[in-house]
Ligand binder design. Structure first.
Ligand code: URA
Ligand code: CA
Length: 434
């Protein structure tokens, strides 16, 4: 078999066989297929797509490129959640403790953020002392006793994705349905969970900008999950504005804690509840949505969910006192208020640009080598549909390093559109794929 034939076949718009896909993945991981040929194939896939069979074959081939995690030391149904990536998307830090407090088993291996979307690991590492590197025995023990643990992906889990993702990033081939589905589902399948709830983002801050594409991606991932023997559900949710108000690592931990304290209603809480309800249902702990919502509300109001988060933080070496007093989290030196420059309604946001503004302040990475400042970011004060007058506060920037501040401010102001007409209300949950 020759890689040039495979590139030509895909370039001509034909479907690849399982053997051809295996040959590519194996060869790319072992180095016999160089980056330039892999890049050409990725671009051919980007233009011509892959059918459902090819997408499943790609995923399983990627799973086979490395180790898989054995979670059999954990009792009960292990349930995982995954987001395709968004801005102020702190759902894991809200949903995992809620589900744990309801008797669920959340064994989550998470990734770091790259680009404008934050990663759960980076957020957790903003908690003083907390380590996301835990031996498998400790990880399993925490899930058995507390109901949750979040750690970094282990060394050799889906090496094909590590290599391919980095190549997609620099060849502008990230936003392809089959490549995203393969990337996410290979990691979920290799991580060993029995049940998977996917949060597929849609809109200006997501990889998939239209609800139609997002639903297609959701269907593709659910199909792969089922073929791999995992109970899988996907929710397509809005990413046309930051989901929560906080964009930045310690700020997002603060917002998650405020939600778990019951102090902070809003879209982030609502999406976290919707995801958690499905996690409970797939784990067999609730029969229907109403029963699940009742359990979750109890877990929030009794303080059991916050307690689960606090216990996990302590067990992983972090300071649990942040759950009582969020001022113990890292804080930026300077607060800058960003104000509306005209009257009207907040009509639209370029959410990727808002994510990039926070990244420019130091909350995210432009390249893998960049170091995150846990304290910085921005806190949104308005949402789409709200009326504003000149001088009203749109957001507060939390700043340490001012090097990119002007650019961040400029991009943020251009991203938040104020118009003379009240916009239509956006849906929060567009679709559920079961
Ligand atoms: N998240 C992933 O893990 N992979 C993708 O391709 C996109 C989002
Ligand atoms: Ca994420």
């Amino acid at each position: 078999m020759h890689i040039t034939d495979i590139i030509l076949k895909k370039r001509s718009g034909e479907a690849l066989t399982k053997e051809e896909i295996d040959f590519f993945i194996k060869g790319y991981v072992d180095g016999s297929i160089p980056d330039y040929q892999a890049s050409a194939l990725l671009m051919a896939i980007w233009f011509n797509g892959m059918n459902p069979q090819e997408t499943t074959d790609l995923t399983l081939s990627m799973v086979a490129s490395g180790d898989t995690v054995d979670l059999s030391g954990i009792d009960g149904i292990k349930v995982d959640k995954h987001s395709t990536g968004g801005v102020a998307d702190t759902t894991t830090l809200v949903a995992a403790p809620l589900v744990a407090a309801c008797g669920g088993r959340v064994a989550k291996m998470s990734g770091r953020g790259l680009g404008h979307t934050g990663g759960t690991l980076d957020k957790l590492e903003s908690i003083p002392g907390l380590s996301i590197e835990q031996p498998m025995e400790i990880f399993q023990k925490l899930v058995n006793t507390i109901g949750l643990s979040v750690i970094g992906q282990t060394g050799n889990l889906v090496p094909a994705d590590k290599k391919l993702y980095a190549l997609r990033d620099v060849t502008v081939t990230v936003d392809n349905m089959s490549l995203i589905a393969g990337s996410i589902m290979s990691k979920k399948i290799a991580s060993g969970a029995d049940a998977i709830v996917l949060d597929v983002k849609t809109g200006s801050g997501a990889f998939m900008k239209t609800a139609e594409d997002s639903v297609e991606l959701a269907k593709s991932m659910v199909e792969i999950g089922k073929l791999a023997g995992r109970a899988t559900v996907a929710l397509v949710t809005d990413m046309n504005q930051p989901l929560g108000n906080a964009v930045g690592n310690a700020l997002e931990v603060q917002e998650a804690i405020e939600i778990l304290r019951g102090e902070h209603p809003g879209d982030l809480k609502d999406v976290a509840f919707a995801l958690s309800a499905w996690m409970l249902r797939l784990a067999g702990l609730a029969d229907d949505e109403a029963a699940a919502m009742k359990m979750l509300t109890n877990a929030l109001e009794s303080g059991a969910a916050l307690d689960a988060l606090s216990r996990m933080i302590e067990a992983q070496g972090g300071d649990p006192k942040i759950c009582e007093d969020t001022s113990k989290l890292p804080r930026a030196g300077k607060l800058i208020s960003v104000k509306a420059e005209r009257d009207g309604w907040i009509s639209e946001m370029d959410n990727t640009e808002i994510g990039i503004s926070a990244m420019l302040l130091g909350a995210g990475r432009q390249t893998k080598a960049d170091v995150i400042d846990p304290a910085v970011g921005l806190w949104m004060k308005k949402r789409i549909g709200e009326q504003v007058a000149v001088g009203d506060e749109l957001a507060v920037f939390h700043v340490n390093e001012e090097k990119n501040l002007d650019e961040a401010l400029k991009r943020f102001k251009a991203a938040v559109k104020i118009s003379g007409e009240k916009p239509d209300k956006l849906p929060l949950i567009y679709h559920v794929v079961e």
